[in-house]
Design a protein around this ligand. Structure first.
Ligand SMILES: Nc1ncnc2c1ncn2[C@@H]1O[C@H](COP(=O)(O)OP(=O)(O)OP(=O)(O)O)[C@@H](O)[C@H]1O
Ligand SMILES: [Mg+2]
Length: 288
């Protein structure tokens, strides 16, 4: 079993406590995020996903309970620097995160602010750009990049700080399908090839199927957790809180209800096609 990197105990968060507009956004969240895993966090609008994500690098502090990163409590100001270095954050709108006139300068911004020697800054920039496949565009102004490229640049900026964990809050929400695929592929390769812990907040169920584990939030509570296969087997629970299965999983469920012997755990289009081809070939309707 991998070591845990982030531990959450009895976490509650209330915005504007005691004031008009007070809002309980998280209630008694408990859980551990393991080193090197890809955890997806899903939930309907307003369920507390972003609030939770912001606790992982101390952008928000618990109203009650604790969040620790490698044993360091986010509530202790003395740990802030270390925690921000370990846990990188990428938000929904890449335009809000890009600061410089050229791609490579943008990635260098963070490491330069750390006061690192120029050779180390260059090494980090080279590595971060190559990780997200933007090395060839290093001299381009960020505003000329596509949405997917901009978001990959934002990821490179976070990577240049050498985090061990990357938190992405709906990084693909503003992108078209091609941009979403680009960014998802970068995220998956960082997790699988570089061993980075990834926490991915998303509304796209098709992205969730690649996660090791899924947390489902509803009204500030962690209501369901497990592997994608388990979570998406809980169709009724998800429906009650306003979430849908990934398209292929929903189709598999409907076919199963209609009497087709589709096994549980079909989540992706590839799974479904393989399964249907197997069934059809038995009836003589297989591929010629
Ligand atoms: N700065 C704030 N002040 C007061 N209330 C807030 C603030 N930010 C969020 N909230 C409230 O806290 C609750 C949780 O919001 P949060 O943004 O964490 O949800 P979310 O799951 O990320 O939603 P979405 O899917 O729309 O991004 C919501 O009711 C929201 O209105
Ligand atoms: Mg949000």
């Amino acid at each position: 079993m991998c070591k845990s990197e982030i531990n959450i105990r009895g976490l509650s968060h209330t915005y504007l406590p005691g004031q008009p507009g007070e809002r309980i956004a998280l209630q008694d969240i408990n859980g551990d995020i393991r080193q090197g895993e890809l955890l997806a966090i899903i939930g309907p609008n307003g369920s507390g996903k972003s609030t939770l994500a912001r606790h992982f690098n101390a952008l928000l502090l618990p109203t009650r309970g604790t969040v620790t990163v490698n044993g360091l409590s986010t509530a202790d100001p003395a740990n802030l620097w270390e925690i921000r270095c370990r846990v990188g954050m990428v938000l929904q709108n890449p335009d809000n995160q890009l600061v410089a006139a050229l791609v490579e300068e943008d990635v260098a911004f963070g490491p330069e602010n750390l006061g690192l020697p120029p050779a180390e800054v260059r090494r980090r920039v080279d590595h971060a750009l190559s990780m997200v496949g933007l090395s060839d565009l290093r001299l381009r102004p960020p505003h000329l990049l596509s949405g997917g490229q901009k978001q990959r640049l934002a990821i490179a900026g976070a990577l240049a700080m050498k985090p061990s964990c990357l938190v992405l809050d709906e990084p693909t929400a503003m992108l078209d399908p091609a941009g979403r695929r680009e960014v998802l592929e970068s995220i998956l390769s960082l997790n699988r090839q570089e061993g980075l812990t990834v926490i991915l907040v998303t509304h796209f169920m098709e992205e969730v199927v690649f996660a090791d584990r899924v947390w489902v939030l509803s009204e500030g509570r962690l209501v369901l957790e497990g592997t994608p296969a388990y979570v998406f087997s809980q169709r009724e629970v998800l429906q009650k809180i306003g979430l849908a299965l990934p398209g292929p999983a929903e189709l598999a469920w409907r076919l199963r209800v209609a009497g087709w012997p589709i096994p549980a755990g079909v989540l992706t289009l590839d799974d479904l096609v393989t399964c249907l081809e197997g069934l059809l070939s038995k009836t003589g309707w297989g591929r010629p």
